[in-house]
Design a protein around this ligand. Structure first.
Ligand code: GLA
Length: 507
């Protein structure tokens, strides 16, 4: 009402002869100024997603902010007014600009809004109501600690192996599903092959209680009981959060609750945390990332439980140079993988330069596996598994483990290939030769063996004479056919399937 009164002062002619309540509704149509909220309940998990539009209309110009999921935009362009307007929000994501567009109109005391994911996408309609001033305002920046070295936690001497919910289930992960994955992993041969961590990714969070303790949503009624269950299978359990106020999917993050959340996770029995930058981008610069991640490294240490610390900030700010210093066991080196040949190879074959940074307890993470999710054929999935093993990458399966076809299980549990990934020298391999679509990568193994991968990124089978890579002679075990032969000096031709690989252990 105060806001309506203020509007009417500036429109005194129109308002003059009307009673306050009459002109309030009339004049409210003249101004978009105010704090507006779209509240979208999620029936599955019981949470409510709130999107805030904090607007100031000044004649034909609308300014202000839009806070939606993990994003906080400043309005940089607007057109129109209450009867029909458009807003363009802009924010910096590292060094890249990100924008969002809304169109809308004021109808009575509601904002009717529309937005599209991209220019060709269908319009999503939303309705915003007035919210109290300040509700949903972005939190102020909290001070960061001075940099220091967080001691090594002694975990993950070889790359972590397990499963993560995101690639297959995204927001559909729940307690029953996680129990199902643990049951499967413990009984289908994966546990024996080395897969141990059952990791819950984003969308388990609800809000906080009066004391600030993080709460789980309806999908996870009792996290401690779930952790006990996973442990009873001889497995370990992981969880997910963000150093920002929101996770990437727009659920509550850890911002301002670092020690408290680390203690909560420890009390639940959590063994692994993936800590995802997301909305921290709205508060901190890339240059401040190290201190932000260090804060959680210290908090995990203070929580007193061994917890693998997985940094997820998409490979920004040369994370491989400081990941170990903040107590990190692994750090993502890229954006998100998708279940396509193009995505997997664009990520995997670009990891070459990062080899020097991998060592026991500290690994480059080119993202989770897509093997078995249906977007690639078996040769392509064998390339995925071989390349990740050459890279000493974490092997976190991303498929539904409750029903894995035999061909996929054979790829995921190939012990010879896993032995390459899990080699205790923990040296990451790199490219030694490339010509067009064919490449040869070598990884030095403990005790002097070498893993040699001959990749064919082309769409037709290709002959490669491995002599080109000047490999040292030795006894070869082909890790996909399990046949043995001898590699001598001189020509050694192989035929590599389309989008496929020949993977050797050379003794
Ligand atoms: C980011 C991460 C993904 C996943 C989602 C969850 O995109 O990179 O791996 O954790 O967030 O929202």
């Amino acid at each position: 009402m105060r806001f309506l009164g203020r509007t009417c002062v500036s429109l005194s002619k129109c308002c003059f002869s009307l009673s306050f309540f009459l002109f309030a509704s009339l004049c409210s149509a003249a101004d978009l100024t105010g704090n507006w909220v779209v509240a979208q309940p999620n029936a599955t998990d019981g949470t409510i997603r709130k999107t805030y539009f904090d607007l100031k209309q000044d004649g034909a110009k609308i300014t202000g902010h839009i806070r939606v999921t993990q994003f906080y935009y400043s309005i940089k362009e607007s057109t129109g007014g209450p009867d029909a307007f458009t807003l363009t929000g802009s924010m910096m994501d590292g060094h890249n600009e990100r924008t969002v567009k809304y169109e809308g109109k004021l109808v009575g005391d509601e904002l009717q809004l529309g937005t599209r994911r991209n220019a060709d996408a269908p319009l999503t309609s939303l309705v915003a109501q007035r919210a109290p001033a300040g509700e949903g305002a972005y939190p102020a920046k909290l001070p960061l600690p001075a940099l220091h070295k967080v001691p090594d936690n002694g975990l993950a001497r070889t790359p972590p192996m397990g499963w993560n919910s995101w690639n297959k289930f995204a927001g559909r992960v729940d307690d029953a599903g996680v129990r199902g994955m643990a049951d499967a992993m413990a009984s289908n041969g994966m546990k024996e092959a080395g897969y141990i961590y059952v990791n819950i990714d984003d969308t388990w969070e609800a809000g906080r209680d009066a004391k600030g303790n993080i709460l789980t949503n309806k999908k996870f009624p009792d996290m401690k009981a779930l952790a006990d269950y996973v442990h009873s299978k001889g497995l370990k359990i992981g969880i997910y959060s963000s150093p920002g106020p929101e996770t990437c999917a727009g659920y509550p993050g850890t911002y301002g609750h670092e020690e408290q959340d680390a203690k909560t996770w420890a009390a639940w029995g959590i063994d692994y945390i993936k800590y995802d930058w997301c909305s921290a981008r709205n508060i901190y610069s890339d240059e401040e990332m190290q201190a932000v991640y260090q804060e959680m490294g210290d908090a995990l240490r203070a929580a007193g439980r061994p917890i693998v610390y997985s940094l997820c900030q998409y490979g920004r700010a040369d994370v491989w140079k400081w990941g170990p210093d903040v107590g990190g066991n692994l750090w993502r080196t890229t954006g998100d993988i998708r279940d396509t040949w193009a995505s997997m190879t664009n990520i995997g074959f670009k990891q070459d330069q990062l080899a020097p940074w991998a060592k026991p307890g500290h690994f480059n993470d080119p993202d989770m596996l897509e093997i078995g999710n249906g977007g690639m054929n078996d040769d392509e999935y064998r390339t995925h598994m071989s390349l990740w093993s050459i890279l000493a990458a974490p092997l976190l399966a991303g498929n539904d483990l409750r029903d894995v076809p035999q061909n996929i299980m054979a790829i995921l549990t190939n012990r010879d290939v896993i032995a390459i990934d899990q080699d205790k020298a923990a040296k990451q391999g790199s490219r030694v030769w490339q010509s067009g679509d064919q490449e040869i990568w070598v990884r030095q193994l403990d005790g002097g063996d070498r893993a040699v991968a001959i990749f064919n990124r082309g769409a037709a089978p290709a002959p490669v004479d491995t002599q080109v890579a000047k490999l040292k002679p030795g006894r070869i075990r082909d890790l996909w056919t399990h046949k043995e032969e001898v590699l001598e000096a001189g020509p050694h031709p192989v035929t590599v399937p389309a989008h496929g690989v020949v993977l050797w252990r050379v003794k």
